[in-house]
Structure formats: structure tokens, C-alpha cells
Design a protein around this ligand. Structure first.
Ligand code: XIL
Length: 385
């Protein structure tokens, strides 16, 4: 009779100790799936205010308590991955839809996390009617400018005081050698100064928000020259540009990425603008496409790591991330933010780009939300190891 009662009491004593030790932070191993096996600092602690450290998040995925806990624990900033793109916020002319992005902004406010707005003007994920008429022709310049201004006023106005800065224009530079600007619906309708205009509208819509130009591949020598030309043109036009976002979609096989990044950070610093590494990930799968053109599509993409990432590839990726972080720290004060494009590997856009459904492993946490060697590498560099 006495024995089961004893066992029950002992059970409570052990459980009580467990909770107490966990609250004291003495037990950090977690069998609960959502918790990380770690001791000591988180990324947001280790960064020590040198720059913001963030992740792209989606409103839907923040419903997952494990993912939400990971974001609140590790990051001090978030970028809505799709929720602020024109296609998401503009169901039609004169209409705005903010529910999904609002949920992210509320989550961020609850956890003392800053929000970065992505993006106000982009040729992709934007409704046609912004810059194209019903007849398929570009809208007249004045009408297109009116639409651009209405869009920027509406979105930035809604988030005034809640979003620290905006990718005002995304991916305006051409990938073609010798060609400066990409041909886009906004450029066809407005002309080359659509970029300057977007910055003017943004500056007026929220004078306290930071303004960024964001693009992929601009750490590469040719596109870097175009980006520097744009920085100078924006300056000459008298508009404010707080930072250039180097997206940072790297491929583990592309050895030169971190050196190119370091050179580009130095070059932008010399131009007097800060750099945000704004969409960092390190692709481990084979692909032919360079850069991050969302329109690129590869057929029959190989999918070798469906069962998990082999230890040697995870190590190679960790060394890559280490080199990227060393590049970030190489020019003190030059980088204002590092944002990973997703939270754990299961959330990455690289599971479906540039080739259909695959199992990619580009981020710091695996699908069980456990930190990978890449996480420890990034933390190590931030801690000066
Ligand atoms: C991607 C998102 O991650 C995907 O969910 C979406 O389907 C397509 O866009 N450069 C950018 C980002 O500026 O907006 C893109 O995000 C990735 C490339």
C-alpha cells in the first residue's frame, strides 16, 4: 500500500527539481522538440548590439509555438517573408490588406523585436495594375507615379513607428553584363527615375524610417559596380539611402562568396552607406542558376539529401557561414544587420527554388529546430572565437 504512494511523492519531488533547475537555466537539454540543446548565449546576446540579427518569418508559421519560441530567443529583428510585398497587401486598386503582416508586427512588439519592411517596389509578387494598363501597355507616367505614391503612403503610413526600415526598391539592377537597370513594369511606365521617386515618396511617408536598396548578387564584381553607380545617383538626386541590402543567397560550392561579400562591404562603406546582409542562406544542393532571380526555374533538380544532411556537408556549410560572419565583422561599423532568410531548414524558400520540391538544408537550425554546426560556427565568430 505504502509503496505506490511513496513513488508518487518521489515523482513530484523529482519533477519539482526539474522545473526549478530549468528555470535556473541549469538544465537546457530538451526532449520537447522545440527547445535547443544549448548552453550559454543566444545569437541576439552574442551579437552585443554591433548590428541587428534577424530572420525572415511568415505569419502562418509563427503559429507554431516551437518556431515562435526560437525566433524570440535567438533574433532581435524579423522581416515578413512575403506579407508586405505588394501582391500581399494590395488586393486591388485603392485597397489595402494588412492582417497577416499585422500579426507579425504584433508578435515582434510582444517580444521586443524590430521589424524590417520588405518590400515597397519590386517587379515580382506585385499586382499588374500598379504599372500596367488593362490594354497591356505601360500606364502613363503620371498615373504610374500616382499609384506608386499611393502604395508607399498607404503601406508606410499604416506601419509608421512600427517598422524600423524599408527595402524601398528591390532588385532594380540588371543581371546582363553591360546593362545597368533591369527592365520592369515600373521602369517602363515611369522611366529610369522610378527608383529616385520611390525613395522620395518613402522619405515623405515616414521620415523616421530607414530606407534601403536591396538586391542579390551585388557582392559580385560586375553588379557591385552597378550598385555603386546607383548609390551615387541616389545621393546626387538628394534622396536619403541608409543602407544597401546585399541579399546573401550563397551556395556552399561557390568558394568565393565570402571574399566577394567582404570586398563589397568595404566598397559600400567607402561610399558612406551601411550594409545589411538581408536574406542570408547557404544552399547545399546542386544548381546551375547563380544569384537569386525568383523567375529562374530548373527542371529535374537533383535532391541528394532527402534523408538528412551528411556530417561532412554540414561541416562545409558551417565553415562557409563562419567565413561569411568574419566578412561581416571585418569592417567594424559597416554592417547594420544580418538577416537569415527563414528560421529552420524546413521553412526555407530553397526547398522549392530554383527546382521544384526538394529537401534543402540552408539555415542554422534543422527541421527539428535543433542548432546545426552552422549555428555553432556563427555563434563562435560572434563570441570572438
Ligand atoms: C521569396 C520567398 O522566400 C518565397 O516564399 C516566395 O515564394 C518568393 O520570394 N529575393 C527576395 C525575396 O527579395 O523576396 C525572395 O523571397 C527571395 C529572393
Amino acid at each position: 500500500m505504502g509503496r505506490p504512494a511513496m513513488r508518487l511523492r518521489w515523482g513530484w519531488v523529482v519533477a519539482g527539481w526539474w522545473v526549478w533547475l530549468r528555470l535556473c537555466g541549469l538544465v537546457v537539454a530538451a526532449a520537447d522538440g522545440g527547445g535547443a540543446e544549448r548552453e550559454g548565449e543566444t545569437l541576439r546576446e552574442a551579437v552585443r548590439g554591433r548590428f541587428l540579427i534577424g530572420a525572415a518569418v511568415s505569419a502562418r508559421r509563427l503559429n507554431d509555438p516551437g518556431l515562435a519560441e526560437l525566433v524570440a530567443r535567438e533574433f532581435d529583428s524579423v522581416t515578413p517573408e512575403n506579407e508586405l510585398k505588394p501582391a500581399s497587401v494590395r488586393p486591388g486598386p485603392g485597397q489595402f490588406r494588412f492582417e497577416a503582416a499585422d500579426r507579425i508586427v504584433d508578435f515582434a512588439a510582444t517580444h521586443g523585436i524590430k521589424v524590417v519592411g520588405h518590400t515597397l517596389c519590386w517587379h515580382s509578387q506585385a499586382p499588374r495594375w500598379l504599372f500596367v494598363g488593362e490594354d497591356g501597355a505601360p500606364l502613363p507616367r503620371e498615373k504610374a507615379l500616382k499609384n506608386l505614391k499611393e502604395h508607399i503612403d498607404g503601406v508606410m503610413g499604416h506601419y509608421r513607428g512600427k517598422v524600423v526600415g524599408w527595402d524601398v526598391v528591390n532588385e532594380a539592377l540588371s543581371d546582363r553584363p553591360g546593362e545597368y537597370l533591369r527592365q520592369t513594369p515600373a521602369r517602363r511606365a515611369i522611366g529610369d527615375d522610378y527608383i529616385v521617386k520611390a525613395f522620395e515618396f518613402a522619405q515623405a511617408a515616414d521620415p523616421d524610417a530607414e530606407l534601403y536598396y536591396n538586391d542579390y548578387g551585388i557582392e559580385g564584381p560586375e553588379k557591385l559596380q552597378k550598385a555603386i553607380r546607383l548609390v551615387r545617383e541616389l545621393k546626387a538626386a538628394g534622396v536619403r539611402l541608409d543602407a544597401v541590402g546585399i541579399q546573401g543567397h550563397f551556395v556552399v560550392r561557390d568558394e568565393e562568396g565570402p571574399e566577394r561579400l567582404e570586398r563589397a562591404i568595404g566598397a559600400f562603406q567607402a561610399e558612406g552607406v551601411k550594409v545589411a546582409v538581408s536574406e542570408l542562406d547557404v544552399d547545399v544542393l546542386p544548381r546551375r542558376t547563380r544569384g537569386a532571380d525568383v523567375a529562374a526555374r530548373e527542371r529535374g533538380g537533383l535532391d541528394p539529401y532527402r534523408e538528412g544532411l551528411p556530417a561532412e556537408v554540414a561541416e562545409a556549410q558551417a565553415r562557409y557561414y563562419e567565413r561569411v560572419m568574419r566578412a561581416v565583422l571585418a569592417h567594424p561599423g559597416a554592417v547594420c544587420r544580418v538577416t537569415f532568410w527563414g528560421t529552420h531548414d524546413g521553412t526555407s524558400w530553397l526547398n522549392s527554388w530554383p527546382a521544384g520540391r526538394r529537401t534543402n538544408h540552408p539555415l542554422l537550425f534543422d527541421r527539428d529546430l535543433k542548432p546545426k554546426p552552422a549555428y555553432r560556427a556563427v555563434l563562435g565568430v560572434l563570441e570572438g572565437r
